[in-house]
Ligand binder design. Structure first.
Ligand SMILES: [Zn+2]
Length: 470
């Protein structure tokens, strides 16, 4: 028995050492040169559909890029891109199920993205790319640049469709969640140059959505494109410390890889990633931008996800911390390219007063305040920590205190927080929370109940029993 055990153990050991040797070899080769990249999953005969060459060459240019120095705006921006925000979008997307282009789930997901962009206050439109079917569309949201002399447009994009069998958490829910989180956070700022947040459909059938999109924007100055497709899978810590950037190796204007590599270095403490330049790739939506002659890069996870295009491409099989750090890198790159200049939203509010302890059933008043950088009027939203909120209240003049009262009906500990928005809809961060403890509960016996009991004393024990159960 003991012998068998030892033999088994050594077999396992030999197996394990083989696996680790193999995986190290794969990693080394991918650092040195180009590696296999993802491909759309529903291609006819495994080939990208052929499109005619673009009728005119794209002409694009970008402003002079100065040596990078860390910007406080960018630090604040990327610090807000956390797992909670990222998952709030990813979970909604995956909940639609497989989002096969032309299916209802895909259209529903597109409508969801469209509505979210609208709520962020961004100029949003559906780009319908199949004349015969209006349910098939890309979604584009625009943050207009403040520099009226600039015609530069920077694009961050991902595809929201999937193959028919897969919930598409990593492919490409991971990219769409990055685009949506970027849109949400950047919509509170001004940028010098215009930014577009674009999500495509028709990718898995052969990059259709992006092809028709590029046809439409070919005469514009698309100065740089950040395509995000599958950034959320890592098997171990080493995988999770690299990201691959596929680039247009034939384009002499290829400058974006270097730029994003510098961003990873400058903001290393918030991103903790090393950029590994990949080779060329025809496997995602950057392809037609390249074909047209635009500058674009394609971000993808370092260790390719073997669950892709299968029912196992789930959130559970992802590394969300890794996806968030990749999203931060891409967001910081976008913010530095478009030159983020000014916070539009009110500053993060502070809770000024209100009890940290009390009794449930009793009313308490809390006060908060903040200012708006442009001096706009401010609305406040209180989250009472019991799944209720105050709704937006206001307007208040910038800097004036907002008071709001609250009665908790159950005893418990509650985390109160408040956020603000200006009259153009730019939302602030949530305040630091105030913890309120409502341990005691004497309020069930209020004045009208007491009066009632005095008239019906025989009901008192029954009511008491009931209250004890609450
Ligand atoms: Zn994909």
């Amino acid at each position: 028995m003991k012998k068998i055990f030892i033999v088994l153990l050594s077999l396992i050991f030999i197996g394990a050492s083989f696996t680790s040797v193999t995986s190290i070899e794969i990693k080394t080769s991918s650092i040195i040169g180009p590696r296999e990249s993802p491909m759309p999953g529903d291609l006819k005969d495994g080939k990208l559909p052929e499109f005619p060459p673009f009728p005119q060459p794209a002409i694009s240019s970008h402003h002079e890029l100065y040596p990078l120095t860390k910007s406080d705006f960018v630090v604040t921006l990327i610090e807000q891109l956390d797992e909670e925000l990222y998952l709030s979008y990813l979970e909604e997307l995956v909940a639609f199920g497989p989002r096969y282009t032309y299916s209802k789930a895909c259209t529903d997901a597109g409508n969801y993205i469209y509505n979210e962009f609208i709520e962020m206050g961004l100029e949003t439109r559906k780009h319908e790319w199949n004349d015969e079917d209006p349910t098939v569309f890309n979604v584009e949201a625009t943050l207009l640049g403040s520099n009226e002399e600039s015609d530069e447009i920077y694009i961050i994009c991902a595809h929201y469709d999937t193959v028919s069998e897969s919930p598409g958490a990593d492919d490409d829910g991971s990219g769409v969640a990055a685009v949506m989180a970027a849109a949400k956070l950047m919509s509170s700022y001004s940028t010098e140059h215009t930014v577009r947040f674009v999500t495509f459909s028709g990718e898995e059938q052969g990059l259709f959505g992006s092809r028709y999109y590029v046809e439409e924007v070919i005469s514009k100055n698309i100065a740089g494109v950040l395509n995000v497709d599958m950034i959320g899978f890592a098997e171990d810590e080493e995988d999770a410390s690299y990201v691959i950037v596929y680039r247009d190796t034939e384009n002499p204007l290829e400058w974006m890889t270097e730029f994003t590599t510098n961003i990873a270095g400058e903001y290393q403490e918030y991103i903790e990633l090393e950029v590994v330049p990949g080779g060329s790739s025809g496997g995602s939506d950057h392809w037609h931008f390249w074909q047209a002659g635009f500058s674009a890069i394609f971000y993808a996870e370092y260790n390719f996800n073997y669950n892709y295009h299968s029912p196992d491409d789930t959130i559970e099989n992802m590394d969300i911390d890794y996806a968030v750090r990749n999203s931060r890198l891409i967001l910081a790159t976008l913010a530095e390219l478009a030159i983020i200049t000014e916070l539009q939203a009110p500053i993060k509010p502070i809770i000024l007063s209100g009890p940290a302890e009390g009794k449930s059933g009793k009313e308490y008043t809390y006060a908060a305040s903040t200012t708006d950088p442009q001096g706009d009027q401010i609305y406040y939203l209180w989250d009472w920590g019991d799944d209720t909120d105050s709704g937006w209240i206001g307007p208040y003049i910038s800097g004036v205190e907002c008071e709001e009262s609250k009665t908790w009906s159950n005893r418990g500990d509650y985390l109160i927080k408040v956020k603000a928005k200006d009259d153009e809809g730019h939302e602030s961060e949530w305040s630091d929370p105030l913890s309120a403890s409502m341990p005691k509960n004497k309020s069930y016996i209020n004045r009208p109940i007491l009066n009632f009991l005095q008239q019906h004393p025989n009901l008192f024990p029954i009511l008491q029993q009931l209250l004890l159960k609450l």
